[in-house]
Design a protein. Structure first.
Length: 300
């Protein structure tokens, strides 16, 4: 997030709405849009990923939900500035993977590093640098749109101007600013949650079905926002079933099947027509995962 970006929604001269906010050691740092009652949140930002190292690096990672292995040997590397689409069926482990990268789930086995933090020993250190938007919007129903966005902006010390720019960017300024969230439509709530994410200006964006609830214009605004955030240096992981739209955004596709993640994924070509730029997930990786599923079923 070092370069300046011209936003169609906000006039920006010297500083982009997507430039990272330096985190104060005295700030409270929850993961954006997702509360976590189990662990205290560290106020020390600690190390971060460098330009020469990966933002995310997983090697044979196992993570469980209760006794169920939701991730069973996941291996993946993501570098700065990538927009990576996580593609797979329901229950494949995409949401678990996003929550793991946000530092919300422990690593049972394997090696996992996010933003320079070892998830086995320092999950809390990841959270100041991450923005996670899940199926739930993480909004306070009795607060107004502006109050919700200010709350998330305050966690990183965002200024009034920065918070206003984020609201303008996602189309929730002006007439919606003072409206309580409980009175909003589903699309307006999603826009408000996204404005909070933009105000937070995380280095790593983790998005689970981010287009859900948005109309055509809202989806287009979100796509433009994600492209500009990546151009400014943010790294973005998106789990989505809206493949046509998500594939047009992604620089790479990673398949998730039965808790397994393809090691490299499929890199997409830019500048070609949408039909030519898309590439399928490596067939051998999917076949191997399906073979493991059949093996497990035969042993059950």
């Amino acid at each position: 997030m070092h370069s300046c970006v011209e936003s169609s929604g906000v006039g920006i001269a010297q500083k982009s709405v997507f430039d990272p906010i330096e985190v104060s050691r005295n700030s409270v740092q929850p993961v954006a849009a997702i509360g976590n009652d189990d662990d205290d949140v560290s106020s020390d930002p600690g190390p971060t990923a460098t330009s020469s190292g990966p933002v995310i690096e997983l090697v044979d990672v196992v993570a469980t939900l209760g006794q169920f292995p939701a991730l069973s040997g996941a291996t993946m590397r993501v570098d700065a500035g990538e927009i990576v689409l996580l593609r797979g069926p329901n229950g494949a482990g995409k949401t678990t993977l996003l929550r793991l990268c946000a530092g919300l789930l422990p690593v049972v086995r394997g090696n996992a590093t996010v933003m320079g933090h070892d998830l086995a020993t320092d999950r809390e250190g990841v959270r100041p640098h991450v923005g996670l938007l899940g199926h739930q919007n993480g909004l306070f129903a009795d607060l107004t749109v502006a109050e919700n966005v200010r709350f998330w902006g305050a966690t990183v010390g965002a200024s009034t101007e920065e918070i206003g720019a984020a609201m303008e960017r996602m189309g929730v300024a002006d007439r919606l600013a003072d409206v309580p969230v409980r009175k909003l439509s589903a699309g307006q709530k999603r826009r408000t949650a996204l404005a909070g994410l933009v105000a937070r200006r995380a280095r790593l964006w983790l998005l689970d079905e981010p287009h859900s609830g948005l109309d055509q214009r809202g989806r287009d605004d979100l796509d433009a926002t994600l492209r500009q955030a990546a151009a400014a240096g943010a790294t973005i992981l998106v789990a989505s079933h809206e493949l046509d739209r998500a594939e047009s955004l992604a620089t790479r596709i990673v398949g998730v099947v039965a808790g397994q993640v393809t090691a490299g994924g499929t890199r997409l070509l830019r500048g070609a027509s949408p039909g030519c730029s898309r590439r399928r997930i490596c067939a051998s990786s999917v076949a191997a995962a399906c073979s493991r599923i059949r093996c497990c079923r035969s042993q059950a």
